[in-house]
Write a protein that binds this ligand. Structure first.
Ligand code: NAG
Ligand code: NAG
Ligand code: NAG
Ligand code: NAG
Ligand code: NAG
Ligand code: NAG
Length: 441
């Protein structure tokens, strides 16, 4: 009997050892929960690898880490991401972007008509909710959550292709100011894409987590999110491992597009001074805009940039048409970082207004802010980094690509939800139901 027990015991011990040793040599389990950043202009998907402890932002077939938040309808296809963005000029009425600005939102009468005038596609008012009118060889309407679902489905497939496992679960981020309805409709978009959402987290919280601020001893974190068209400032307060959004403010008419526009105006004026005629052809203006946009990006790492743009200036604008004489010229100019900063300085200064608002609303001095996190492509602009570090008297956290900070944090949260994270990390956030964002212009 006792011998049997011993044998039984050794068998268990052997099994235990085999399991233990086996575990050491088995490849780590593949992530099953993905992290999704469904942005207004770009989307990304990431996963947390439990083996290495790294976040991987998943690339598309061409190695790009973000896809444009754009869906284009043609007679025989629904195109998503880069393929859709490429159609935006040829198929503008049926190429929908900015859907996130409409998702789950009820608009006051008249407001949607006003919004619609800003887009090349038709925005329809369906009892206060926005829908988009699509006319290919059929005419139909699609909802913002349907647009969202096509983007999420594309990212789900990118992840499945990369990881080679079916994906059914995800964590998704939303702007801190999204109300319950907007959050619900974002979840609905995911459901339409066949994804179960395990948690919805705020974008600023995700950005803070990307820097591991949920694991270290900090109390007050300020997140500056400056994208193409909007500025969002959030003041987070960490209490017992959880993030609470203490105050939010922003400017929904300030971003990278405005800085480019200033540069375009300055460059257009230079063309007029040089040749005596301003550029008027849509195509010329388009080429100038592209050159200026690329110059703006390069000025982040170069003190000056030379642009060369062939133009077809219309000498006689009044007669128009074929008869008017077009002069082909090569416009060439040097744009310096100094000029770029000068012509935008007043816009850059506007960034500090909502920063001061959140500090006032959070009853904090600027010295009470422990960490500053930068999110959004426009925070790469050296002058903006300097403005923020001078204001606070400390360097912001910038080691993570500001376009990928949110997806990185969402992927970490997905790792936690998937159980592949060391248990001591609790994280997350306290819902902020009654908080309103203050907007400055
Ligand atoms: C619409 O386009 C589809 C796909 O090309 C085609 O099969 C269908 O016949 C078209 N319908 C009409 C009414 O043209
Ligand atoms: C329109 O919306 C209101 C509330 O937003 C709702 O009470 C009403 O039933 C809706 N009407 C229709 C026709 O859907
Ligand atoms: C959001 O969804 C939850 C759960 O389905 C539901 O209880 C709640 O009423 C919804 N809220 C709104 C505003 O739609
Ligand atoms: C462009 O802006 C710079 C800096 O403000 C200014 O010095 C220059 O004159 C402007 N160029 C034109 C053509 O207006
Ligand atoms: C910007 O830099 C890239 C390489 O980093 C270069 O290919 C491109 O021509 C530059 N653009 C301008 C306008 O200088
Ligand atoms: C950025 O965040 C890390 C925490 O991950 C912190 O240790 C570091 O000091 C922060 N600040 C800067 C300027 O990098």
């Amino acid at each position: 009997m006792s011998g049997q027990m011993t044998m039984f015991g050794s068998a268990i011990l052997a099994l235990f050892l085999a399991g233990y040793l086996g575990q050491q040599y088995l490849p780590p389990p593949k992530p099953r929960v993905i992290g999704l950043d469904l942005g207004t202009t770009f989307c990304s998907v990431g996963v947390f690898h439990p083996g290495s402890g790294d976040v991987e932002v998943i690339a598309d077939e061409e190695g790009r880490l973000s896809i444009p938040s754009c869906v284009s309808f043609t007679a025989n296809a629904v195109l998503v991401g880069h393929e859709a963005a490429e159609l935006s000029e040829r198929n503008p009425q049926n190429t929908i972007y900015d859907a996130k600005r409409f998702i789950g939102k009820i608009f006051e009468p008249g407001l949607l008509e006003q919004e619609s005038s800003r887009y090349p596609f038709k925005v329809i008012n369906n009892n206060g909710s926005a829908e988009f009118l699509v006319s290919t060889n059929q005419t139909f309407t699609v909802t913002p959550e349907f647009i969202g679902s096509r983007l999420l489905l594309k990212m789900k497939k990118m992840a499945e292709r990369q990881l080679n496992v079916p994906i059914k679960k995800a964590v998704i981020s939303v702007p801190a100011e999204f109300d319950e309805r907007q959050r619900n409709y974002t979840v609905k978009a995911a459901q339409l894409a066949g994804l179960e959402i395990l948690r919805v987290i705020n974008e600023p919280t995700a950005a803070a987590m990307a820097y591991g601020l949920h694991k270290i001893d900090v109390f007050n974190v300020l997140v500056v999110d400056l994208g193409g068209g909007t500025l969002d400032i959030s003041l987070l307060n960490k209490q017992g491992g959880m993030f609470l959004t203490r105050a939010m403010a922003g400017n929904n008419k300030l971003g990278g597009q405005d800085f480019s526009q200033r540069l375009l105006q300055n460059t257009t004026e230079e063309v007029r001074q040089k040749f005596g005629i301003p550029p008027t052809l849509t195509e010329d203006i388009h080429h100038l805009r592209q050159a200026v946009e690329s110059a703006k990006l390069n000025l982040t790492f170069q003190p000056s940039v030379t642009i060369r743009v062939p133009l077809h200036l219309q000498a006689d604008r009044s007669s128009g048409g074929e008869g008017s004489s077009a002069t082909s010229v090569l416009f060439q100019t040097v744009i310096t970082r100094q000029v770029f900063e000068e012509i935008n300085e007043d816009l850059f200064q506007k960034i500090l207004t909502p920063v001061e608002t959140v500090l006032a609303e959070g009853h904090l001095e600027k010295g009470d802010v422990d960490e500053i996190v930068l999110v959004g492509g426009s925070t790469r602009i050296p002058r903006i980094r300097r403005l923020i570090s001078e204001y606070f008297g400390k360097e912001p956290n910038t080691s993570i690509d500001p376009d990928l900070a949110v997806v990185t944090g969402v992927a970490i949260q997905a790792g936690i939800m998937g159980g592949s994270w060391p248990l001591q990390v609790s994280a997350i956030e306290i819902p902020n139901r009654h908080l309103r964002k203050t907007n400055h212009r």
